[in-house]
Every structure is written in C-alpha cells, then in structure tokens.
Write a protein that binds this ligand. Sequence first.
Ligand SMILES: Cc1cc2nc3c(=O)[nH]c(=O)nc-3n(C[C@H](O)[C@H](O)[C@H](O)COP(=O)(O)OP(=O)(O)OC[C@H]3O[C@@H](n4cnc5c(N)ncnc54)[C@H](O)[C@@H]3O)c2cc1C
Length: 458
Amino acid sequence: MTIQIDTDSLARLRASVTGTVFVRGDAGLAAEVAGFNPTLVHDPDVVVAVTSEEDVAAAVRFAAENGLRVRVQATGHGGGLPITDGVLISTRALDEITIDPEAGLATIGAGCRWAPVIEAGSEYGLAPITGSSPHVGAVGYTLGGGLGPLSRSHGFTADWVRAFRVVTADGEIVTADDTSHRELFWALRGGKGGLGVVTSMTIELVPLKTLYAGSLIFEGDSIEPALRTWVEWAQSAPDLVTSSFAFIDVPDVEFAPPPLRGKFVLSIRFAFPGDPAEGARLASPLRESAPVSLDLLGEIPTTAVGTIHNDPEAGGPDWIRGLMLDSIDQDLADELLRLAGPGSGTPFAAVEVRQLGGATRRDPADGTSVGGRDAQFTMGLIALDPSTFAERAPERAQAIFDAVGGRRSAITNVNWSRGLIDPAEFTTTWPPAVFDRLAAARTTYDPSGVFAFGPAAE
Ligand SMILES: Cc1cc2nc3c(=O)[nH]c(=O)nc-3n(C[C@H](O)[C@H](O)[C@H](O)COP(=O)(O)OP(=O)(O)OC[C@H]3O[C@@H](n4cnc5c(N)ncnc54)[C@H](O)[C@@H]3O)c2cc1C
C-alpha cells in the first residue's frame, strides 16, 4: 500500500540531509536496501541512505512527524520479513572506523562490517571479538549479543562495548555508556532493537595477533567417530578453547573449496587464543579421533578469523532456524547422525553446533541484557535449496528439535532465534526479568513506538 506523505515534510527532509532520500518507486531504492538474502525484497515508503548522525536524527524526526515506523538496515544479514512500510534508515555509508591504540578501543560506524575493523585493529596488534563471518555488520550483530569463534575465551561481543552513539525516538543524539544513559547502554548490549538508531559503537579490542585455529574436515567413515569424540571432549573442554562442529553438504559449485566440492563432510572448528604448541596439544584428541581428510588447523593471524567457519561471503536464498541447548550427549549424536548425517537425505546445507560456556556465562560487572547466557551450545540449521523451504526443511527441523527434546534451553539468543518475527519465540529470546526490563527501557526511550520492533511490528 502506498501512503500519502506530506510533500512539504519530504522536501524539508531532503533539504536537511546530506544522504539520499528515496520514496517508493524511485530508481536506486531497491539497490540501496538489497540484503544478504535476495529473495527478501524490501519496499518501504521511504528510505534514507544516511551519511551522518544528523541525517539519522532528521530521518527519525521525519518518521515521527508523519506517523511512520522506523527500521534500520546495515548489511541485510538480519533476514526477517520483507519491509513494506515506514522509513528504512540505511546505514551502510556510516563506515568510519577509528582506532585508539593506546586505549585499545575501536569506534565503529553503524554501516561497518567486521572485516575492515579486524584489518584496522591488526595494524596495532589488536583484535575485536567478532562473529564467525567478517561480512556481518558489526553493530547489528553486537546489539543481539554476538557469539563467535572466541566466545568461550572472551564472551559475547556485547561484553566488550564501552559506548554507543544513539539517535533516540525524539531525534536526540546521545551517548550511552556506563556514566550517561546507563539503562539505554544496558539495553543496547543484547536487547537488539526498539531503543534507537545506533550511529556508532566503541568497543574494547584485545591484544592478539595470532590464534591456533581452523578446522578439521572428516569424510565418510571418519564422521561418526570424530563426532562422538567431539561430544565427549566437549563435556570437559577447557574454557579458553571455543569449538563447534558442522555437518556440511558442500555444493558442487565454483565458490566451494575444490577438495570438498560435492562432498558431505563433518567440520570440527577450533580456536585457541594462545601458544600454538599448547593449542596443538589441546586439539590432539580431536585430530586423533579419526583419519582427517583435510587438516586446516594451525597458527593463523587474527585477520584470518573468518577462515575458521568459512561462512559464505555472498548471500542467496536461505531457510535458517536456531536454538540453544543445555547439554549434548551420545544419544543426541545418534539422532543427529540419523537426521542430518551422511546418507540421511538431509535438506540442510549445514547443521552446526557451537559450544558456549566459559566467558559466555559470565555477565560483566556493569551488566548486559544478553539472552542465552545460561546455554551450553547453539544449534543452527541452514537450508539453501528453495525447493526444500516449504516442507522438507521445516519437517526435518521439527524432527531434530523433537530429538533435542528436554536438552533445549529455555532461552534462545536473539541472533539465533526467530523471536523478532515469531510471537511464539519472542518471549523466550530473553530471560523473563531481562525481557520485562527491556520492555520498560523501550517505553522510556521510545514511548510512542517510533521504532518497529518484535513480531507485533511486522
Ligand atoms: C552468514 C551469517 C553469519 C552469522 N554469524 C553470526 C555469528 O557468528 N554470531 C552471531 O551472534 N550472529 C551471527 N549472525 C546473525 C547476525 O549477527 C544478525 O543477523 C545481525 O542482526 C546481523 O546484523 P547486520 O547489521 O549485518 O544485518 P542487518 O540486516 O542490516 O540488521 C539486522 C538488524 O540489526 C538491527 N540493527 C542493525 N544496525 C542497527 C543500528 N545502527 N541501530 C539499531 N539497530 C540496528 C536492526 O534490528 C536490523 O533489523 C550471522 C548471520 C548470517 C547471515
């Protein structure tokens, strides 16, 4: 539905911003809002491709004046539902990164992906605590908490945030940190949305140049013993090691690594931010669990952190579900082999289980609103073949969720759940007390609901 926007108000918006304003039908709108999943086509009433925090403030004030809801997009990795109304603020041009090497801080514009932050920090021997993919947006990821290849040693990325610059619902530009707007600061460290538009965030970097990290690839008869070893090993794995496994049905296409094309493999990922010899010692039970087809585990620069998971840089149609687990055991391994392992007829390109624990379970002293701190594992199911999206993927996912049964955690972190579009999952995305406190913070900072947030807003 096309709504009538006050032309004077639109003209004032255009005159007051340095970025570009698109209205529905304008050439360039579709390209500005194209995201990671090309089947998700957004067509909002107005798009403001902002170039400064003043632009963001003007866009928010314009939306409030015209009774339009505001959404934000950086890279479009967030998925969700097509956006068909309101104002979409596109932050991709807010791509400035400033490193303060003495203080060990990075200030990151809202449009930045992790890759350039990793590069910028590495010049000073400093690394951000990122997710698995360097192509995901740093701010959008961190607002949900952020779990990556160093989660067990370093916690959620939100734990490393020292300040946010934010445009609130009244168009005010504020700094939220541990001395000002403290409740907003708490809420943005895991609460994801409905609070404001973040224009930049400042995170603490860690002094780290190399990792003992990568993956071990198993095929055929090696898959089952390697998986069973990982499950056993994970029961007492050291907190400084972050590890995961994934069944991967590698497509026979050009972008897949040549030795793996068209094969079904088990990838065991491993990351240890310490002495390589100690890393090799810690990884030896996994390496010796079964004949390894491809050993990609060794000392790597922190700039190669994305090679641990090798998430695809290019997007495409996808069907993704996630949850968290309190435990894993050999009975669940049986079920995963049956439902998602070799020869199972799995519709999934990847079924992944990441181990949490260690630092992910410790909320920092100044507190965060991260959901899922009590969980021990994440599970992600990813289908890429659109012919499976209607039936085969949902049916097999349900069978896997049934097999998980009582091991499923009560809470699933917002970056894994469908809570923002599925009312049934919404309330289990944060623990009840955090959920209520976040709702109160949203009411304080956005009393009239300018920012579209949660399933009710879709
Ligand atoms: C390939 C892939 C790998 C991933 N890996 C991980 C991982 O390892 N760990 C993990 O925790 N998550 C992971 N995710 C999930 C990811 O963190 C979330 O989808 C995140 O929301 C993506 O943020 P974005 O800015 O890139 O995406 P976008 O789609 O641009 O934004 C997603 C949402 O973030 C919010 N947002 C973004 N920018 C702002 C802003 N400036 N102000 C206010 N709100 C904002 C909005 O609600 C927006 O709808 C992955 C996703 C994909 C597709």
